[in-house]
Design a protein around this ligand. Structure first.
Ligand code: DQA
Length: 154
């Protein structure tokens, strides 16, 4: 039997405030709901998921550095506000060879102008936005696709 593949999901600042945070933009579901959604969607696709959240840039960088172990089949990251200015997270992502997808719950392209700029997306294989929790499920499918393509290319 093939070993179970594990995905790492990294969530940035303020995402634990889901449900209470600007519900017209982010919806009424909580961070706990998001975590349950991630586990369920990962299981449907045959993945295990490790979920990490931090409000601190340094902790996110350290967690990504630890992911260098090669233990993850894919990385899904919602850097939240760090998306727009963190070169440290960009550099940490660049080091990782597993498929990487940046996700956003909201459509960052039709909000304040500063959100239209993503520093971190340049270090990822894809960016998915504006689909609420489903942005993460779509990211899982993209990771599966990239892994399949890489396996065929071998
Ligand atoms: C976000 C969009 C960011 O601009 C914002 O700072 C967030 C959440 C999203 O998921 O839509 O905190 O990443």
């Amino acid at each position: 039997m093939a070993p179970v593949k594990t995905l790492l999901v990294v969530n940035g600042p303020n995402l634990t405030m889901l449900g209470r945070r600007e519900p017209t933009i982010y919806g009424s579901e909580t961070y706990e709901d998001l975590q349950n959604f991630l586990r369920a969607e990962a299981a449907k696709r045959g993945y295990l998921v490790e979920i990490f959240q931090s409000n601190s840039e340094g902790e996110i960088v350290t967690r990504l550095n630890r992911a260098m172990s090669g233990r993850y089949s894919g990385i899904i990251i919602n850097p939240a506000a760090y998306t727009h200015y963190s070169y440290a997270i960009y550099d940490a992502l660049l080091m990782l060879s597993a498929p990487k997808v940046e996700v956003h719950l909201s459509n960052i392209y039709n909000r304040e102008s500063f959100r239209s700029q993503s520093v971190t997306a340049g270090a990822c294989d894809r960016q998915i936005f504006g689909r609420g929790f489903f942005s993460y499920a779509d990211a899982m499918d993209v990771i599966t696709m990239i892994l399949d393509e890489r396996a065929k290319g071998q």
